[in-house]
Design a protein around this ligand. Structure first.
Ligand code: GLA
Length: 409
């Protein structure tokens, strides 16, 4: 017998019928007292928040690290501030068995038990694979096993999949030795759409994060292949130059983001040690202005208070998570960014982005961000109301740092 969502899809001839399906699912849940899992429940309505193992643990990540991360996410207050997904990146993969089912490696003996543990903390579990035969680290990818892997992930209780191009480039070359770029792009889109369909077929809501480093202007077609987020750039590193280059280069992509589909400038490096606190505040602020996914990438079990204060700044998180889901844009030189918020407010971030400069004063003209007359101003890092101001606001910004404001009439 088809599920309710399957029935609705058949009747309405559509794969995505969020409001009807979500409402019916809720009604049935209330009636039966059971969770009704349905892929058509709207996913990633605000940018996903959580953690990913890659930036800190890399290839050595273990089941114990993931459990410790879940514990720390709760104990630190991150979960209550909105961080939800605990995502295992590459290097969890072991061998396929005779039936083609993928298993975790020696460091991940029981994925279902791990998912249960993460869920028991009120969190969700994410996993990683590739449309190629091999992941970027040379582990088994999902090529030829898309439905099998999607079913396995769903059976384990996975809630988020990062699908990383990696060796699929080799498949593309094999199929087209002349490497026609149009054909390569078509193959890539097909591969991403195929895994999306496999996830839909599981009837489990699984956020779909695609990672192909932004090639082929992925922001133009990401939603068409079912992506809830797509990486817009190559890998971030834990240094200011890499972070600033990636973050500030997002200007212009704002029209492509919105509820359910987000530009992803890669994960946070906050707390990993390669930048100053001011520079990490810049990353957190810029990512929030960009309505970017906020996926911490540090060792949550060993965070100092400064790191916590950056990752758990609820006023900055509220800018990222604002329900309008509008990605902020650069409004003026050198780096003044503005993000419209619900209720007519606006977030403004002023960055002192040149590292060899000293702290420098910058002036925000309120008319440049759409405010005439008196305006309420609040500093989101100082957690301080600056009062009702008129005309402009001048402030000294630390080197590599930021001043982030909320403005409203
Ligand atoms: C690629 C991705 C990274 C990470 C690694 C893992 O480089 O861009 O984010 O997932 O693969 O191998």
């Amino acid at each position: 017998m088809p599920s309710l969502c399957g029935l609705l899809r058949m009747l309405m001839g559509k794969r995505y019928i969020p409001s009807v399906c979500a409402t019916m699912a809720l009604v049935l849940t209330l009636m039966s007292g059971q969770a009704m899992l349905c892929q058509s429940v709207p996913l990633a309505v605000t940018p996903p928040m959580g953690w990913n193992s890659w930036n800190h643990f890399g290839a050595k990540v273990t089941d114990a690290d993931v459990r410790a991360t879940a514990d720390a996410m709760v104990a630190s207050g991150m979960r209550d501030a909105g961080y939800t997904y605990v995502n295992i990146d590459d290097d969890w993969e072991g061998e396929r068995d005779a039936q083609g089912n993928i298993h975790g490696n020696i460091r991940f003996p029981d994925m279902k038990a791990l998912a249960d543990y993460v869920h028991s903390k009120g969190l969700k579990l994410g996993i990683y694979s590739s449309p190629g035969t091999k992941t970027c680290e040379g582990n088994a990818g999902s090529y030829g096993y898309e439905q099998k892997d999607a079913d396995t992930f769903a059976a384990w209780g996975v809630d988020f999949l990062k699908y990383d191009l990696c060796s699929y480039m080799d498949e593309m070359k094999l199929h087209d030795p002349k490497q026609d770029p149009q054909l390569a792009l078509a193959m890539m889109k097909e591969a991403y759409a195929k895994m999306h369909q496999a996830l839909v077929n599981t009837h489990r809501p699984i956020v779909y994060s695609i990672c192909q480093y932004g090639v082929g202007s992925v922001w133009e077609w990401g939603p068409k292949v079912g992506a809830n987020l797509w990486r817009t750039t190559d890998d971030i590193r834990d240094d200011y130059r890499s972070m600033a280059l990636i973050g500030f280069s997002q200007a212009g992509l704002e029209t492509f983001a919105g509820p359910g589909h987000w530009n992803d400038p890669d994960m946070l490096e906050v707390g990993n040690g390669g930048m100053t606190p001011d520079q990490y505040r810049t990353q957190m602020s810029l990512w929030a202005m960009l309505a970017a996914p906020l996926l911490a990438g540090n060792d949550l079990s060993k965070m100092d208070d400064v790191t916590k204060s950056i990752l758990i700044n609820r006023e900055v998180i509220a800018v990222d998570q604002d329900k309008l889901g509008i990605q902020g844009s650069r409004v003026g030189p050198p780096q003044i960014w503005m993000k419209p918020l619900s209720g007519g407010a606006k977030a403004v971030a002023m960055f002192n982005y040149v590292t060899d400069d000293e702290a420098e004063p910058q002036t925000l003209q309120f008319k440049d961000v759409g405010f005439d007359g008196p305006v309420h101003v609040r500093d989101l890092w100082a957690h301080k109301d600056l009062g009702v101001l008129e005309g402009s606001y001048t402030v000294t910004i630390p080197q590599g740092g930021v001043v982030m404001l909320r403005l409203w009439h």
